[in-house]
Write a protein that binds this ligand. Structure first.
Ligand code: CA
Length: 707
């Protein structure tokens, strides 16, 4: 009996050992733990969190693909998404599975060996929710933790999915559904909590960040970024302090200051950092006519992870009036500055300034322009305050051609930082926008609240033809300590994609409207590899290793120049040194003709239509009635310009609400929609008579999104 038992045990042990059961337990799906995240650098084969590691450096330790062999990169596999909308999501790679979020906050899990779909998740967001969304039906990413995948949905839910099956484990509403909030950003995980912010700063909301228990979905804490009013009661001392920098007029519209992109956790300082967005309305003249700074708009804020208690803040722009969100991606690193070692936060900001802050204290260490900046004359390094040019505040009747314009010098596109080269790789935008104060601003309960004339680009540049205009994107490598540009790529029309850098000295990046994926030498910027991908590439790539082979994965999609009506190719593309797959040929496409009826309406009617258009339509359809990338149709080409009845079927009766175009009957009358249609007819005729086709030399700049 004993003998038999011993033989059985020995056999069992032998089986277990040969299967490696003791040294390497069978992994469960998305088995991401605190230990693994803290030591992400020791597992370069994985991409377990949004920025690759807690520091969000987007630095891959893999070296198999290098400067010498990168030209051999070929497509290993691809997988189509069920949408033709632009893609902005960073994929995750965990133990053989790629997880990625797509437009409409959907999630896919792919077998990383062959691209087979393991599961799909659709949160079934109501189409009309995009009335609350400023900048596209985007989702920038997901988080993984302890067998679950977390996503924030466009309509404000935070959802935990079983990583093995894609089934919902829990779902929590993070917003007041009666307000115009949305979520487009990636959740982050710190100390067993899921951190998530909200968007909606153009629509009259009060910004905040929340922490939820990752296992149960129960809210642990919430930190508002602006006070509810000036008189209290206040949630905390930070709100009381902020209230002294506001008038009630601005706070009545919600204040703004949404936390719509960057959130990072630093295990070294044990603090959470995030950026806050613009105020509501943008124009400070209408938000707060007093001289207050409007804390904590346009700020970087540090909190304690357990409690959400305020620790420090740095306001990049006091009393912002230019939509200069401080929400752009942030990167943590160890730098020596002026002879002293610092743990730092780096942020190339939407306002064109590259900030370096001491992560423990929030002290400003560097502030240098990284693109054409004309709103300040530098930053006072003692107080941290920018020296703002008075004319840049565009007083009523005095337009100012702003650079960077409201499109921003840097959006949500991720930076990459290499500890080897010491360089930060920054997707950059050169953008101009004429700021013209709206002489007749009234707060709007449903549409945009800007307080400026959003049709100004039409009129301003026609009367100021020598002013700089346009919008282009490129990547530049910046030495953070000196603030100097080391190299830059060519500039393309429209935004460019987020970046990844590897230990083998390569920067991988999608070329935005250039419709290619590519690799550069991280030290020199020499372009070493490119592949055509039939669509724009905006989301940052990741790298991972499986069965001894290194891969680079791009989530692509975004028809930034072809517009809404063009076919698009939204996909996961995975490259390796042995890949030989081919994409199917592109579909034939004939653009909708620019064929408006003649414009016969009175100037008054067209002007009335222009005003309503700015309030209710421009957010999605662009400041000139033309496209906002591929998210929304170019209304100068819609066949509905020929029929008021057809136009009203969409605008007042909501027949396209499934696609996100809900009825505006609660805020627009048939007289209003008639005026809007006449405005669009006039615009279409103007565009047609402007002659050169879009993109051709001399063509008017294509309308581009702000952030
Ligand atoms: Ca904004």
């Amino acid at each position: 009996m004993t003998h038999k038992w011993s033989i059985g045990l020995a056999a069992m042990l032998a089986t277990l050992l040969s299967a490696g059961a003791y040294s390497e337990p069978a992994a469960t799906a998305a088995d991401v733990t605190a230990k693994r995240l803290l030591h992400a650098a020791s597992e370069p084969s994985q991409w377990m969190t949004y920025g690759g590691n807690y520091e969000e450096q987007r630095f891959s330790g893999l070296k198999q693909i290098n400067r010498d062999n990168v030209k051999q990169l070929g497509l290993q596999w691809f997988a189509d998404y069920d949408t033709n909308l632009p893609q902005t999501g960073t994929p995750l790679y965990i133990d053989g599975v790629i997880y990625v979020s797509t437009a409409w906050s959907k999630v896919y899990a792919f077998d990383a060996r062959d691209g087979r779909t393991l599961w799909e998740y659709n949160p079934k967001t109501p189409g009309e929710w995009i009335r609350n969304v400023c900048c596209g039906i985007a989702n920038r990413g997901i988080a993984a933790w302890n067998g679950k995948i977390y996503i924030g949905t466009l309509d404000g839910r935070l959802v935990a999915l079983d990583a093995k099956t894609g089934q919902e484990v829990w779902s929590t509403l993070t917003i007041d559904k009666d307000k115009h909030y949305s979520i487009t950003s990636a959740p982050r995980i710190a100390k067993g909590k899921v951190l998530i912010g909200e968007s909606g700063g153009e629509y009259g909301v009060r910004g905040y960040i929340s922490a939820y228990d990752a296992e149960t979905g129960k809210m642990d804490w919430r930190f508002y970024t602006v006070p509810a009013n000036t008189t209290g009661p206040f949630e905390n001392a930070a709100m009381k302090k902020a209230a002294g920098t506001w008038s009630d007029q601005g706070l009545k519209l919600g204040g703004g200051g949404t936390v719509w992109d960057a959130i990072i956790y630093d295990p070294v300082t044990d603090l959470i950092y995030f950026g806050t967005g613009n105020g509501t309305p943008w124009n400070d003249l209408y938000r707060d006519p007093t001289t207050g700074d409007n804390l904590y708009l346009a700020s970087i804020i540090a909190l304690k992870p357990e409690t959400g208690t305020y620790v420090w803040h740095y306001q990049t722009v006091p009393a912002d009036t230019w939509d200069y969100d401080a929400t752009s991606p942030m990167t943590l690193a160890n730098l020596t500055i002026d002879g002293k070692k610092h743990r730092v936060i780096m942020q190339p900001n939407k306002n064109g300034m590259f900030y370096i802050l001491d992560a423990a204290k929030g002290t400003l260490l560097r502030a240098s322009p990284f693109t054409d900046v004309n709103w300040n004359d530098g930053v006072d390094m003692k107080t941290g305050r920018p020296r703002i040019k008075p004319e840049a505040r565009f007083p009523l009747g005095k337009p100012f051609n702003l650079s960077p314009g409201v499109q921003g010098a840097h959006g949500w596109q991720a930076n990459a930082y290499s500890p080897d080269t010491g360089l930060l790789y920054v997707p950059t935008q050169q953008a101009y926008f004429p700021m013209v104060a709206d002489a007749n601003f009234t707060p709007n309960p449903v549409g945009y609240n800007l307080g400026l004339d959003f049709t100004a680009p039409i009129t301003f540049y026609s009367t100021h033809p020598n002013e700089k205009q346009g919008f282009s994107g490129y990547v530049q490598a910046i030495d953070p300590v000196s603030g100097k540009q080391v190299w830059k790529t060519d500039q393309n029309q429209g935004p460019t994609g987020g970046a990844l850098v590897t230990a083998s000295g390569l920067v991988f990046q999608g070329g935005g409207s250039a419709q290619e994926v590519r690799a550069f030498d991280a030290r020199t910027g020499e372009k070493l590899w490119r592949a055509e991908v039939q669509t724009a590439v905006l989301a940052p790539p990741i790298s991972y290793e499986l069965d001894g082979q290194q891969y680079v994965a791009f989530s692509v999609g975004g028809n930034t120049l072809g517009g809404y009506y063009a076919p698009n190719y939204s996909r996961m593309l995975v490259y390796s040194l042995s890949g030989t797959a081919q994409l199917p040929p592109e579909q034939k496409f004939t653009p909708l003709p620019l064929d408006p009826p003649p414009s016969t309406a009175s100037a008054d009617l067209i002007d009335a239509g222009s005003k309503k258009y700015t309030e209710y339509c421009a957010a999605c359809h662009g400041d000139r009635g033309q496209t906002r990338g591929a998210n929304f149709p170019d209304l100068t080409r819609t066949p509905m310009l020929h029929t008021q009845e057809g136009f009203d079927t969409i605008v007042l009766k909501g027949v396209l609400s499934v696609k996100g175009m809900a009825s505006f009957a609660t805020v627009l009358t048939p007289e209003d929609t008639h005026a809007i249609r006449e405005f669009l007819i006039k615009r279409a005729n103007d565009v047609k008579n402007a002659a050169p086709p879009p993109g051709a030399p001399g063509a008017p700049a294509v309308s581009q999104p702000h952030q």
